[in-house]
Design a protein around this ligand. Structure first.
Ligand code: MUC
Ligand code: MG
Length: 379
């Protein structure tokens, strides 16, 4: 039994090696929060939440307040291995706040798995994958830059599948860019498109028809989150798979989408679903309904990436691979060891727990309250 003795939260900002342009924000430094849970012997479990501005409902500062003021006090003394009990306590304490709860649950799972000397996946039923195909999100917003980066990644054998971000510009420009990327990379290279809710149903119908003809593999979240009927109509109309991302967060929303087949596939993410166990629950809903799965990201550092990889490794139907490229986008790291990317795959860390340890010098450099906080901007 491992009882919680202390909980520490640290906000930090990691600079990126290039601007990452999304419909809702351009990220040049990503805001993250690290949760460090310790037992009375000083053993530590790590959790993390990463926040893209205006992507979800939470902010990094609010997550810290929720954990420090509301979740931490009742957590003291709890047994980290009773993870469902920890989740129930957090749900009884605050509604929603899935990112905050996910970061806390991650740290509990890491600590409990470390105490047993096993990878975190063991507590989730065990890994079925040792490595995960990993795609890169191309987000320069310009076809020639996206193509050049994709070619570089193919040459380095880091990524052989890519995702273009759409939904910000005129749908005609979006479609032309996606198809230019697909044509330049050729038939063997899988290209996803993610509109991040940027279209109405008429624009989506127009665009998806052309993306389908142009050989794009899958279209993610074409419509705003609430439009379950529209998503169902698009799913029924097209043979190209339609993936739900922002629209499915709780297990209940996943069930609502699966039961009327308002998507062919789900993008799953640990912070969106409120923890590793709930990510498994959402995956089970998809599997039961015959949907395929994609392991998503919120731009985690090596800590969150290792945690996400542990749960994704337990998902049999991860047909679309994962997009855990966060550590490759950042100019630096806060851990001693780094996730290994090789031959177009992310290797699932062997643990114990998530297999990550904090590099204290790096963390003190990037933490927000450090003296040298000159890297704290996210556009
Ligand atoms: C998504 O799939 O909408 C986070 C990073 C990124 O490139 O996209 C988002 C997630
Ligand atoms: Mg998405």
């Amino acid at each position: 039994m491992t009882r919680i003795h202390s909980i520490e939260t640290i906000v930090f900002d990691l600079p990126t090696i290039r601007p990452h342009k999304l419909a809702m924000a351009t990220v040049t430094a990503q805001s993250l929060i690290l949760v460090r849970i310790r037992d009375e012997n000083g053993n530590e479990g790590l959790g993390e939440a990463s926040v893209i501005p205006r992507y979800g409902a939470e902010t990094i500062e609010a997550i810290q307040v929720v954990i420090n003021q509301y979740l931490a006090p009742p957590l003291i003394g709890m047994d980290t291995s009773l993870i469902r009990r920890v989740l129930a306590m957090m749900d009884a304490t605050v509604k929603g706040n899935s990112y905050a709860k996910a970061a806390v649950e991650m740290a509990c799972v890491d600590l409990a798995a470390r105490a047993l000397g096993v990878p975190a996946s063991t507590l989730l039923g065990g890994a079925v994958h040792d490595r995960l195909p990993v795609l890169l999100v191309l987000s320069a917003g310009k076809a020639d830059e996206d193509i050049a980066l994709a070619q570089e990644m193919l040459d380095k054998r880091l990524h052989n599948r890519f995702l273009v971000k759409l939904g910000k510009d005129d749908p005609r420009d979006d479609v032309a860019r996606a198809i230019a990327v697909k044509n330049a990379l050729g038939g063997d290279v899988r290209v996803h498109a993610d509109a991040n809710q940027g279209w109405d149903e008429a624009s989506a119908t127009w665009a998806i028809e052309r993306l389908q003809d142009g050989g794009i593999a899958v279209v993610e979240q074409p419509l705003p989150t609430a439009e379950i009927d529209g998503m169902r109509r698009l799913t029924e109309r097209f043979t190209i798979p339609i993936m739900a991302d922002e629209a499915i967060d709780t297990v209940q929303s996943a069930l609502a989408f699966a039961s009327v087949r308002a998507a062919d596939a789900f993008s799953i993410k640990v912070t969106k679903h409120g923890g590793l166990l709930r990510t498994r629950d959402v995956a089970s809903v998809a599997e039961a309904a015959g949907l395929t799965l994609f392991g998503g990201t919120m731009l985690e550092s090596s800590v969150g990436t290792a945690a996400y990889a542990q749960v994704f490794s337990t998902v049999q139907s991860l047909d679309w691979g994962c997009q855990l490229f966060g550590p490759l986008l950042f100019a630096d790291t806060i851990t001693e060891h780094q996730p290994v990317y090789r031959d177009f795959h992310l290797e699932v860390p062997h643990g114990p727990g998530f297999g990550m340890r904090i590099d204290e010098d790096k963390l003190s450099h990037y933490r927000r309250d450090s003296a040298s906080a000159d890297h704290m901007t996210t556009a």
